[in-house]
Design a protein around this ligand. Structure first.
Ligand SMILES: [Zn+2]
Ligand SMILES: [Zn+2]
Length: 135
């Protein structure tokens, strides 16, 4: 039983890492295509366990009910499209110094920060400016 659970957890984490920033539902559909016996409950349960253990993170700012997950736990910044909901990593340096700055200024202990930038992805931005677009 334990071995089976561990196997499921590894599969969930590996698939998540391969997909980037899927929603739990997208992840479940992709896993089910490979492992038809894997239930939605199993995928959601393992996401929760992995998140609590710090093995994965939830992308800050993703839409409630469509939370996106990420197997990259190293601090990094995200971009989320306001129209299609797509999430991606931004290759900009992590501003480590701000943690110390905030600790000093506010007397709190900072463990890290997660920032998400919002806007429109290239596809949605081009549709947005298209006068015949539907946005
Ligand atoms: Zn978009
Ligand atoms: Zn990410």
């Amino acid at each position: 039983m334990l071995r089976r659970n561990t196997w499921h957890r590894d599969a969930v984490k590996n698939e998540l890492a391969a997909m980037g920033h899927p929603t739990a539902e997208e992840l479940y559909l992709s896993l089910r295509a490979k492992y038809p016996e894997m239930s939605r409950a199993t995928v959601y349960r393992n996401l929760k366990i992995l998140e609590e253990a710090g093995g994965i993170i939830r992308v800050i700012g993703s839409v409630a009910g469509g939370e996106r997950f990420d197997a990259t736990v190293k601090p990094h910044y995200h971009f989320i499209c306001l129209k299609c909901g797509a999430a991606r990593d931004l290759e900009i340096p992590y501003r480590e110094g701000e943690n110390a700055l905030i600790e000093e200024k506010h007397g709190v202990k900072i463990e890290g920060h997660r920032t998400t930038f919002f806007g429109y992805c290239k596809d949605c931005a081009s549709k947005k400016t298209d006068k015949n677009g539907e946005l």
